[in-house]
Write a protein that binds this ligand. Structure first.
Ligand code: IVH
Length: 699
């Protein structure tokens, strides 16, 4: 290639790659395959290696790889980067408007507001000159920030040149009607955030590497952007959403609403959840709707920002202190609170595993009072150095149980006590063991009442016995009425009537509910036995090879392991379980009670475990998507391009596409990862949580 041809090809490749980045990362709608994209990038790298003098800052090859900085240079912002006053209820929003509306000029157009999600991230100020990204800074004190340009370049959704696709003479795909002119100098404000999923992944990686874990996605994003080594930044996915123009030396839109559209047209990532209203009632209704909706977006939203739409009006309304009057931040109820950890309690699970939980001084969290929070496991407790008497941060996300994030070390008085691992089971008082290769502590007493109660309630949950929860199970065990799930079928009406809170009607209902489970499919009954590792998916797999519990009980380890999808640990657990006389008795009791222990029609091993299920795939998987889709099809499933009410599962890989992901969350479509898919087709590696397994069983 002649020199000028090389230069031309380089320019063309850059435009094209930047455009594909935009389609992939910002629009979640790629138009080329990963392989095609890689080929373009490889070609560009090769050409740039030949002509290093042609490397420009907007070249996509420059997103990663720059050298660590010594420290950050201070940058003055072209205009103060302000913050907003807060409101926490509809009434406070009305009060805000009452207060500030009189500052609007008399000739102002009738009021309208734009409401946008308040992203819980880190404000960044992005400078473009002639469309080229030249400088990016943190907010700092609002007047002076830090130059984090090199780190910002690693953000895939940050356009290195705008408008995206603008330099492309052939128009290789830029949407029609998106021709926009830009001021030669343009400064844009946005929020750098980390997706919740990426945050969790990062923390898992940090834990494995024995490095510091981040308290929340905001801290992770901030820590990442203020990393001195951009190569580290590049390994931690940050994303960006833009919402304001700070400065421009040419014509720019006159309203917030148009600004959002304009930024979008230029190729900036802009939240799709902005909305414009002409009545304050609608603004408030939208805010209230969002309190529920906050968990359906893949990033943390800590409130909404309400802005006067007309920018001239907003500017004329002026400021109070350092906050403009023309906007207010509506804050959601908090999800984190601090309180004192009074005591550490211990739960006993059905397998005998002990798990710690925290008893707390009552505290308000997300609208409810909480007094208990989980502590995950003893290792976690030790690693986070949580002590009795500590002031701790507790957190509740979505509808999950609150958990202790960690201690507030600055609040320590020296009176706190280090927790000692339990030596005996809190339920039965027998000594506990902690296997060397596991972090867990176990009670191995088969007669432990708490274990029995958990096993019975697990049996009831898997068999789907209506009205038999943990409380009732515990009561039945305590009264000596049952020792295992099979005993439930032998319960006598008169015994139950003696229990407090059990009237005739509830006893009859309970007995009927128990009887109704005698005909459950074999896979369900097998899963209900509580064999370690045998949840819904594995139980299904086993019943495809063994048509009754009796034939399964005869199987040896070798035979079981030969089944594709069975791991050696589970195979051993099955053999060992059936070898125990106590378990054989359990099965005999089930048989005598009339519980079905075989398959009605012995089904031959089948390949259609995913029969009739529709999947959508998003994000990067461990194998090419085509291959994964092929696997799904081989097992009878279907793969379609977009999430709808008919989608059964969204299979999400790394960096899942925002729109598919959000749609799935909105429609409450189950979102699964690759490991879960492999489980479903009986090729899984690890055990799942009880609830997940139950979801897979036929009714
Ligand atoms: S507008 C004067 N819009 O929330 C304009 N802020 O107090 C003020 N934030 O720290 C900012 N998402 O960094 C605006 N869509 C959004 C935002 C947003 C997050 C942050 C911002 C500031 C605080 C507002």
């Amino acid at each position: 290639m002649a020199q000028n041809e090389i230069a031309e090809r380089i320019a063309q490749l850059r435009d094209e790659i930047n455009y594909h980045n935009y389609r992939y990362y910002t629009l979640n709608d790629p138009t080329v395959s990963d392989a095609e994209y890689d080929a373009l990038l490889d070609e560009l790298r090769a050409l740039e290696a030949e002509r290093p003098e042609t490397v420009t800052p907007d070249s996509p090859t420059q997103r990663v790889g720059a050298q660590p900085a010594e420290g950050f240079v201070k940058v003055e912002h072209p205009a103060p980067i302000l913050s907003l006053d807060k409101a926490t209820s509809g009434d406070e929003i009305r009060a805000w408007w009452e207060r500030v509306s009189k500052f609007a000029p008399e000739d102002a157009p009738s009021p309208a507001w734009v409401v946008e999600p308040k992203l819980d991230g880190l404000t960044v100020v992005l400078h473009y000159e002639d469309g080229l990204f030249i400088l990016g800074a943190t907010r700092g004190n609002g007047y002076v920030g830090e130059d984090v340009t090199t780190n910002l370049r690693t953000i895939r959704t940050l356009p290195l040149r705008v408008p995206i696709g603008g330099g492309d003479p052939s128009g290789f795909g830029r949407p029609k009607g998106s021709e926009v002119t830009i001021p030669s100098r343009l400064v844009v404000r946005g929020e750098a955030i980390m997706l919740i999923e990426d945050f969790e992944k990062l923390n898992r990686r940090q834990t494995e590497a024995e490095k510091k874990v981040f308290a929340n996605p905001r801290n992770a994003a901030a820590g990442t952007l203020r990393q001195l080594d951009p190569r580290v930044t590049a390994t931690r996915p940050i994303t960006l959403l833009c919402y304001a123009i700070i400065e421009a030396d040419g014509p720019v839109p006159a309203t917030q609403w148009e600004t959002l559209n304009y930024l979008r047209k230029l190729g900036f990532p802009v939240s799709e959840h902005g909305a414009r209203f002409e009545s304050l009632d609608e603004v408030i209704a939208y805010c209230e709707e969002w309190i529920e909706k906050r968990d359906t977006v893949p990033y943390e939203v800590d409130g909404l920002v309400i802005k006067v739409d007309n920018l001239t009006t907003r500017a004329a309304m002026g400021m109070v202190g350092r906050a403009p009057r023309g906007g207010v931040a509506f804050k959601f109820p908090g999800r984190e609170a601090t309180t004192r950890l009074l005591e550490i309690g211990v739960n006993v699970g059905r397998t005998g595993a002990l798990t710690p939980f925290a008893m707390l001084e009552p505290v308000q969290l997300g609208g409810v009072t909480i007094q208990k929070a989980t502590l995950h496991n003893f290792e976690d407790l030790e690693r986070k150095d949580i002590r009795i008497g500590d002031t701790v941060t507790v957190r509740r996300a979505g509808d999950v149980i609150p958990y202790v994030v960690g201690p507030v070390r600055e609040k320590r008085t020296g009176e706190e006590k280090v927790y000692k691992l339990p030596q005996v089971c809190p339920s039965c008082g027998e000594p506990v063991i902690s296997p060397e290769e596991e972090v867990a502590v176990y009670c191995v007493n088969v007669a432990c009442p708490e274990q029995r109660a958990r096993r019975v309630s697990y049996f009831a949950a898997v068999m789907d016995i209506e009205g038999l929860g943990e409380r009732t199970a515990r009561l039945l065990v305590e009264r000596g009425l049952v020792q295992d799930g099979a005993d439930l079928y032998y319960l006598k009406r008169e015994d139950l009537l003696e229990l407090e809170g059990f009237a005739e009607k509830s006893v009859d209902n309970l007995l009927a509910a128990i009887r109704a489970t005698q005909e459950r499919p074999l896979a369900r009954t097998l899963a209900a036995l509580g064999i370690r590792g045998v949840g819904g998916a594995i139980a299904q797999l086993l019943t495809q090879h063994y048509a009754s519990l009796d034939t399964l009980a005869q199987a040896d380890q070798e035979k079981l392991e030969a089944i594709e999808g069975m791991g050696p640990h589970t195979a051993r657990a099955v053999v060992e379980w059936f070898a125990r006389p106590r378990h054989r008795e359990f099965i005999e009791k089930l048989r005598q009670a009339g519980v079905k222990l075989e398959q009605e029609i012995a089904t031959a091993p089948t390949e259609s475990l995913l029969d009739g299920l529709t999947f959508v795939i998003t994000g990067t998987l461990s194998r090419p998507r085509k291959e994964v889709a092929e696997t799904i099809k081989q097992h009878g499933g279907k793969v379609v391009g977009s999430v709808s009410g008919k989608t059964d599962y969204l299979l999400a890989g790394e960096s899942p596409g925002g729109s598919k992901y959000r749609k799935a969350r909105q429609l409450e479509t189950p979102i699964i990862d690759e490991a879960r898919l492999m489980e479903m087709i009986g090729q899984g590696q690890k055990d799942n949580s009880d609830e997940e397994q139950l979801a897979l069983l036929p009714k």
